[in-house]
Design a protein around this ligand. Structure first.
Ligand code: MGP
Length: 206
């Protein structure tokens, strides 16, 4: 038991290892830390952008590192399905830019799936939400491999992608793909491509 503002409150019994509302029973504003800080980026480069100009349209929106702040951000930004065509949200570990050129991404690749617009909008939003939750909640066995996730709004479809740090170890990359598929409950095929041969076909599928 711990004393706080003249109230006797139960603790977790493990010397404040976990943050709970009992740490602040008056304001109930305890926050639950995430293992990493995550940064949300947005871009809508438009049709005329190319590899040289693309970065200029990239905007860093906000960084958070608690469960509560994630929901604060999620509940106060536009839903992915409401974004205009060619927009992208990128949620990446803080310190990693959502670009192929970033040192964390340059040897990596991405698992991606295109979801046709005829899926219901709620379904798309939920898939993007579950994708983000899998990342910030560390659902992946090789969590260090995960750099970030992207939702892209295109004319005929939405695309969900998860960027990995490397692209060579088949077992590791396949494990991530399988977890992503099960966490998002998508009944469709994800393709993996490394960033440096993104013009080629899928290297692996799941
Ligand atoms: P995209 O949005 O990843 O592909 O990249 P999409 O939706 O298939 O669009 P399409 O026009 O290729 O069919 C679109 C373009 O943005 C790329 O061709 C690049 O010019 C630029 N671009 C995208 N990314 C993720 C990067 C990046 O990481 N670095 C650089 N330099 N340019 C990028």
């Amino acid at each position: 038991m711990a004393q706080n503002n003249n109230l006797t409150v139960p603790t977790t019994g493990s010397d404040d290892k976990y943050v709970t509302v009992f740490n602040d029973p008056v304001n109930f504003n305890a926050k639950h830390p995430l293992h990493h800080s995550w940064t949300l980026w947005f871009d809508n480069p438009g049709k005329r952008s190319n590899e040289n100009t693309w970065e200029q349209s990239l905007k860093e929106l906000i960084t958070f590192d608690t469960v509560e702040d994630f929901w604060g951000v999620y509940n106060n930004i536009m839903k992915a399905c409401d974004l205009s065509i060619n927009s992208n949200y990128h949620l990446f570990k803080h310190g990693i830019k959502p670009m192929w050129e970033d040192p964390a991404n340059k040897h990596g690749g991405k698992w991606s799936i295109q979801l046709p617009r005829n899926k219901t909008i709620t379904e798309i939003d939920n898939i993007w939400l579950y994708t983000m939750l899998a990342c910030i909640g560390e659902a992946f066995e090789h969590e260090n491999e995960v750099c970030g996730v992207v939702v892209s709004v295109r004319k005929g479809f939405f695309r969900i992608a998860l960027w990995t740090r490397s692209s060579d170890n088949r077992d590791v990359i396949m494990g991530i793909g399988r977890t992503l598929k099960s966490q998002t409950s998508i009944d469709g095929q994800f393709d993996f491509q490394s960033h440096h041969d993104s013009k080629g076909g899928a290297k692996w599928t799941v």
